[in-house]
Design a protein around this ligand. Structure first.
Ligand SMILES: *Cc1c(COP(=O)(O)O)cnc(C)c1O
Length: 370
């Protein structure tokens, strides 16, 4: 046990904590003889909408699909600009560019969320929407974002892939905008056992459009209204997600305790620890420290001691090969690039033991640059 590798993320412990419930859900689906768009998806959509506090939720095949379909149903495409933070997972940006719209990047603030004081200068007459990413399980500063959307008549899309249950001023992320986009990739707080995603919205018409688009653009079988996608949440994942959703408050509480313990016990002056904005509830999808010097040395040191960590994310989207065509050079987003060089996500998962966490903390505190 002592020498076991501590993984940055692991999914098995959450499963074994409630193994019987998950297995029962699977058997129920297997025996039902109905595997796509049935009772489980419908029930999950209702339960998830209730949890988030939105009128509608529509199950989809992934978080990326949620993002690109959001811009599609909002009519955002070629010639349109969408404002998004520079430090995000590349899927956020792909959601924009799959529709031939152009991402316009804004630097993050000290909480790793979009810096709301730098949005307005990026708004042009081509700007159609703001995509906020509630990164690492914290909320963006939503009152200011909403104010700008109202002032400039912009659509608001939220990337909630990392923020299931996170709140701003007591309001759930995924309820602020026109559409909330969720991923249930297995390592997310509400993780499925395969790929899955969903959107939330209060707009009945948008909810209807998502249901049409996810199923080849048809509402009625073989009558296709638009060129859609095959992006259906399947019954098996929906049934499993219904079980996980019941445990999500507990999962988020556990992550909060883990985060608290990290914050109270990591004392190495070489690191900058994460802070939570006042009036925000974070769900700690990641516990991200910054190591302005020697980040890579620290990562190696931890690895030598059997502790794996991950950088979220080492290459910001604007510098990735995929977005070379945007023509943004190194240095164009200084803070985003600095964060990419400094961030490190510590081990954080359901079922992480006190002993494991103590080993991580001890190792972090013993790190010195030689
Ligand atoms: C995971 C993630 C996505 C993509 O979700 P998939 O289900 O893997 O397609 C999008 N945005 C962010 C911020 C994510 O963390």
């Amino acid at each position: 046990m002592e020498n076991d590798v501590i993984m940055q993320s692991r999914m098995d412990r959450a499963f074994f904590e409630n193994q019987e419930e998950y297995e029962e859900a699977c058997l129920r689906v297997l025996r039902s003889g109905w595997y796509i768009l049935g009772k489980e998806v419908e029930a999950f959509e209702k339960e998830f909408a209730d949890f988030i506090g939105s009128k509608y939720a529509v199950g989809l095949a992934s978080g990326l699909d949620a993002l690109w379909l959001a811009f599609r149903v909002l009519g955002i495409g070629k010639g349109d600009e969408v404002i998004v933070q520079g430090n995000t997972y590349i899927a956020s940006v792909m959601g924009i560019t799959i529709n031939d719209a152009t991402p316009v990047f804004v630097e993050p603030d000290e909480y790793y969320q979009i810096d709301v004081s730098k949005i307005e200068e990026k708004i042009t007459d081509k700007t159609k929407a703001i995509l906020v990413v509630h990164l690492y399980g914290q909320s963006a500063k939503m009152d200011k974002v909403k104010e700008l959307c109202d002032k400039y008549n912009l659509k608001l899309v939220e990337d909630c892939a990392q923020s299931h249950g996170a709140m701003y001023n007591g309001q759930m992320t995924g309820t602020f905008g026109d559409v909330g986009c969720f991923s249930f990739y297995p390592s997310k707080n509400l993780g499925a056992f395969g790929d899955a995603g969903a959107v939330t919205t209060n707009d009945e018409n948008l909810a209807k459009l998502f249901k049409i688009y996810r199923n080849y653009g048809s509402e009625k079988r073989y009558y296709n209204m638009v060129v859609g996608a095959n992006s259906r949440l399947d019954e098996m994942q929906a049934a499993l997600l219904r079980v996980k959703l019941k445990h999500l408050p507990k999962i988020n509480d556990e992550r909060e305790s883990l985060a608290k313990r990290y914050s109270e016990n990591i004392s190495n002056p070489l690191f900058i620890l994460p802070e939570v904005r006042a009036n925000c509830k974070a769900v700690w999808h990641q516990y991200v420290i910054r190591v302005p010097k020697y980040r890579d040395e620290l990562q190696n040191y931890l690895k030598e001691n059997g502790i794996t960590t991950i950088c979220h994310y080492p290459i910001p989207p604007h510098l990735s090969q995929a977005y070379e065509y945007l023509g943004l050079k190194k240095g164009s987003l200084e803070i985003t690039e600095q964060y990419a060089d400094e961030v490190l996500s510590l081990p954080m998962y359901t079922g992480m033991t006190l002993k494991e966490q103590e080993r991580v903390i001890k190792c972090l505190n013993s790190f010195k640059h030689i």
